[in-house]
Ligand binder design. Structure first.
Ligand code: FAD
Length: 544
């Protein structure tokens, strides 16, 4: 008889684990608190927005980007059938071609995400590098390049200790540098793309991601950044659910995990208590995979579980931050850039994409009131810095104030050099992710915060296979090669969790494939030398 695995949480981590297990013949049950699957990656239809028999407007928790180093996620997507796609859901990814930086009072800077091919690509690079339109002092650019080199030539052990303990801000010595250095190099990318504040983020994590993004640009056969060709749930999560159901996975939605039962005599989990509707019951299995977010799991760990595995007891040391989506549904089809726009000097660290320009096969007439022509999907990554209209941080604003403030910060950066791209009359309606819970007279809550890879946090990141023999972890906070709170790390964690189960079942072959983050081979000798120096307690060599 096949072994039974209960998976707690139906986000990317939980669904990835379900897939790996079901494809290997396990009996899989998934318990998910919400009525829908996908977790933070789910789409959220806009309530009361449909008329004339159409679908509700396609809201998202936040837009999704899939950089080229997402090998685990891509591999999973290729196995999810989708229509006539040869490579399943993976073929629903569309490459973005440019990233644009928008600043107030200055011309936008666009950057090709591939090696230059056409004349205008070279022109863009010329403007960026030779004319230095970003205005970063050359000495500071060189300084930054030197810091990246320093990281590239450091061995893993040094990165995991010294560089994890220092913030990215301190590592790139942002104090006293120009505003442009801070906006573009020290803060911009990390804050805008992954809600990481340079002042608290681990330099190891940020530098590794920088290197991955750079490698993506330098390898023309890779797509540095892709996005889906439709609403996330429609073109990925729903087909995934259908595929898993076909494999025999049982999904229990609206089913919330209350607590774990731990049997101290055997040192094993003996069951999980679940509430579904008005019913509360206990589920039992051979193995349990917790794919709950870190802040939820930290609260579920009992003292006895923490004693058995001390890494579980310190999960509350891992910090979360806020990153959330707001969408403007437009009655005109505009796209200023074929990719993301980073509002590098915006107080709320805004990033946007005009989603509709990638939704080639989606008929927008199917949605809303039939007027939909464009979707400006925005992520707000800084909820603590005062805005420009009300002088308040996003977390202190009403939903209406957030909308006004985001619109002001965006239009001040797009409409400021002669052409008016966005006007209030273009907006049909807007939608703020309901995970931002704003109640009058109460501090605003974010019901689904995102893990932050803060400096010094690596030591608190648990392995997927816990010290409790039948408990495994499959969420974005687990220790992985990816090491950044993303769908990729959730997927990799799930593979590691499943490999843990397979190991305990005695499987030697047929394990889930794990991928390393690639690094330029040219620095391998320097890293080997540094490993020796690190072991001898010596500092790193300075190659410049
Ligand atoms: C706005 C935003 C934009 C993002 N953009 C990107 C991006 O572009 N690219 C990228 O790679 N990553 C992005 N991320 C990060 C990424 O979405 C997450 O890291 C990833 O989805 C985490 O997956 P997970 O399965 O570990 O956790 P989750 O997605 O949080 O899934 C956990 C699941 O557990 C469920 N759950 C919670 N409590 C209980 C309970 N008591 N009982 C049962 N179930 C429970 C939740 O409802 C959820 O479905 C973004 C995140 C945010 C917030």
């Amino acid at each position: 008889m096949s072994k039974k695995v209960v998976i707690l949480g139906g986000g990317v981590g939980g669904m990835s684990a379900a897939q790996e297990l079901a494809e290997r013949g396990f009996d899989v049950e998934v318990y998910e608190r919400l009525e829908v699957l996908g977790g933070k990656a789910r789409s959220i239809p806009v309530p009361d927005s449909a008329s004339g028999g159409r679908k509700p407007l396609p809201g998202e928790h936040g837009f999704r980007f899939f950089p080229s180093f997402y090998k685990h996620t891509f591999d999973t997507m290729k196995r999810i059938p989708y229509g006539t796609n040869r490579r399943g859901v993976y073929d629903n990814l569309i490459e973005t071609t440019h990233v644009m930086a928008a600043r107030e009072g200055m011309t936008e800077i666009s950057f090709p995400l591939y090696l230059p091919e056409r004349l205008d690509d070279w022109e863009m690079l010329y403007r960026l590098i030779v004319k230095n339109e970003a205005n970063i002092p050359r000495s500071e650019m060189l300084f930054f390049a030197r810091k990246v080199l320093q990281f590239l030539t450091a061995c893993t052990e040094r990165r995991n200790t010294d560089y994890d303990d220092i913030t990215w801000w301190d590592f790139v010595e942002a104090d006293g540098k120009s505003k442009e250095y801070v906006d573009f190099l020290a803060v911009g990318l990390t804050r805008d793309l992954v809600a990481m504040q340079a002042e608290i983020s681990s330099s190891r994590t940020v530098a590794r991601i920088y290197v991955q993004l750079m490698l993506g640009i330098l390898q023309p056969w890779l797509h540095v950044d892709s996005i889906l060709n439709g609403p996330t749930s429609r073109v990925w999560i729903d087909p995934w659910e259908a595929y898993l159901t076909q494999l025999g996975v049982n999904f229990h939605t609206g089913a919330s995990v209350d607590s774990f039962e731990f049997d101290a005599s055997s040192g094993r989990i003996s069951g999980v208590n679940i509430t579904q509707g008005s019913e509360t019951f206990k589920v039992e299995a051979d193995y349990y995979v917790s794919a709950l977010p870190v802040e939820v799991m930290a609260r579920k760990v009992t003292p006895q579980m923490g004693q058995k595995d001390p890494m579980l007891a310190t999960l509350d040391q891992l910090q979360t931050g806020w990153m959330n989506g707001i969408l403007f549904f437009l009655n005109k089809n505009i796209s200023l850039n074929h990719g993301h726009i980073l509002y590098v000097d915006s107080p709320w660290a805004l990033t946007s994409i005009f989603s509709q320009s990638f939704w080639e096969d989606i008929d927008l007439d199917e949605y809303g009131n039939g007027e939909l022509e464009g979707i400006l999907s925005i992520c707000i990554s800084d909820w603590n810095t005062p805005g420009v209209l009300y002088g308040k941080a996003a977390r202190d604003c009403s939903a209406e104030e957030i909308k006004e403030e985001v619109w002001a910060q965006i239009t001040r950066r797009l409409n400021d050099t002669g052409t008016i791209y966005l006007e209030p009359g273009d907006v049909i309606t807007w939608f703020l992710s309901p995970t931002i819970d704003i109640q009058p007279g109460e501090p605003t809550k974010n019901t689904e915060p995102l893990l932050l890879n803060t400096a010094g946090s690596l030591r608190y990141r648990p392995e997927a296979a816990s010290q409790i023999e039948n408990l495994f972890l499959a969420s974005d906070y687990v220790r992985t090669n990816t090491d950044l709170a993303t769908m990729e790390s959730a997927n990799e964690a799930a593979r590691r969790a499943v490999n843990g189960i397979l190991g305990r079942e005695g499987w030697m072959l047929g394990l889930c494939r794990l991928y390393e983050l690639e690094e330029p081979l040219i620095f391998k000798p320097a890293r080997a030398i540094d490993r020796l120096r690190f072991k001898m307690g010596l500092p790193q060599l300075d190659y410049l």
